[in-house]
Design a protein. Structure first.
Length: 75
């Protein structure tokens, strides 16, 4: 019991001092405003007429494995 009473304040201090945020750890809130330069860039961007906007494509996958009870997850 004496050992517990001796280490309790130390443990208490370590736990609660580690939860105090430092100024460098805090993130600045975002204002939601877009700089005018970014809007101008989007206005002058040129996209070719034949640009492919597809975000997926078909692929063929061959797995050669004789291990029983194997599950493959493909994304």
């Amino acid at each position: 019991m004496k050992t517990f009473n001796r280490y309790f304040p130390v443990i208490f201090f370590v736990i609660f001092s580690s939860c105090v945020p430092r100024e460098g750890d805090l993130q600045q809130p975002e204002t939601g405003k877009v700089p005018i330069d970014a809007i101008k860039v989007l206005e002058i961007i040129s996209i070719p007429n034949n640009f492919n906007f597809e975000t997926e494509r078909a692929v063929t996958l061959t797995i050669v494995d004789a291990t029983p009870y194997v599950k493959y997850e493909i994304f």
